[in-house]
Design a protein around this ligand. Sequence first.
Ligand SMILES: Nc1ncnc2c1ncn2[C@@H]1O[C@H](COP(=O)(O)OP(=O)(O)O)[C@@H](O)[C@H]1O
Ligand SMILES: [Mg+2]
Length: 438
Amino acid sequence: MSIISVVGPKGGIGKTTLSINTTAALTRALSSGKNTNRICLVDLDLRLPTITSLLDSHPSKTFYDLFECLDNKTYQVDFLQNIYQLATWFQSYIDEDIQEDHAKLVDAFRHYQSMNTSLFHSSEFKFGDAIQELMIQRSEIKSVPQIRTLEPVLKKINLREFRGLLEEMDKSASPAMDEYINYIEEYGFSILGGEVPILGKRAHRKRINEPEFLLRFLEFIDGVFQNFEHVIVDTPAGGVNHMSSLMNVIDQVLFVFDLSNNIAINGSIDAIHSFIDYYEEFQADYAKGQLLGLDRAHVNRIIMKKGKGDLHQSIKNKKLGIVFNRCQSNQEIETALSMMRDYLTTLDKYHQYKSRIQIVGMVPHHKVINITNNRKTLFYNMDVGLSERMDLVAKGILSENSVCPSLADDDKTIISYLNKFKKPQLFDRLTKVASSAN
Ligand SMILES: Nc1ncnc2c1ncn2[C@@H]1O[C@H](COP(=O)(O)OP(=O)(O)O)[C@@H](O)[C@H]1O
Ligand SMILES: [Mg+2]
């Protein structure tokens, strides 16, 4: 399996366009005519998802529903589970079944004192008022023996009924993956996410920065990834920020270079730089056992699932690729390559990274793509010349970049690779298209 993240420094440079068409090209390369649902295209743009409307394919559930569902899971069900457990230990203590130094009771007491109640909606739960009361009384309970004074409020909570309600809630609290993955028969691949801008909602903006919540979100996405042979992730402008931990499971980062202006090229170079920085820091912290917060939690989960060796390998072999977009002349490619080499040389990183940064493909500036009329976004298969460009990108991905040149190669080699098409075959196909049009 491989996970490819398509990134770029800003909006409008072609990330979505290239994500969609790379997915189409990979599907064709893998399926040889049969639709086998081995590839998933993920719209990770939480602010302004566009893929579902561009492909005019509407999933029954989107990330918006996922957020609502995870919200319920993290801030209601988990919270209530904790309350249930501590109430049970407290009750056992009051009933004198256990002593005040019982380890579980001491744990429960500590937890009781530190629980965050602000996100719990007490009115939605039968024993919500009693729970509120229990939490308010915390200020007076300073030691384990004082738990006895909670007896009246604990009496208001029927633990058996509480458990029954909780079991019911838990059943519907985990998102069912299938409802979120939308297989499109017509294209032969699946899509995930999109449709509704979810960071527009204040509560959601807050959630995405909470480690507990984000971890659940990442876990769900990880789970989806496991179902596919290849995953293409259309990553929002700026790339990583709060999703940085997700980058730990990604095999290749494809940087889109918009060649039509130098500011965009500089932005893309800068995006590669941030990425290198992120990885170097991550690797160093990982080696020293000093990963923090979400990175650490996420990595621990990966290790639990796949083992340490796998993670180590994935960190070491992470691939960096470049796709040039909106190209109008070979000169532009040479300029971008030279800007890139200069920049890395200034950072003193050229020798270290020149062979690791690979040139995966090039897409010309083309009027077929420029038609913003939705369905033209999937230009793959509509224009032979463009399709072959995407086939090259797909070939690079399938070979794990072993066929692609790198920054260490000279410009001539790189440009000839990017323009390497079997001319007779292209000619054949063009004449076929022409004759079928007649
Ligand atoms: N090679 C190209 N030639 C012409 N137009 C392009 C090309 N690549 C992208 N576009 C157009 O640029 C616009 C922005 O592309 P998009 O993929 O949505 O960018 P992003 O996802 O980076 O914001 C779209 O209208 C798209 O059709
Ligand atoms: Mg986009």
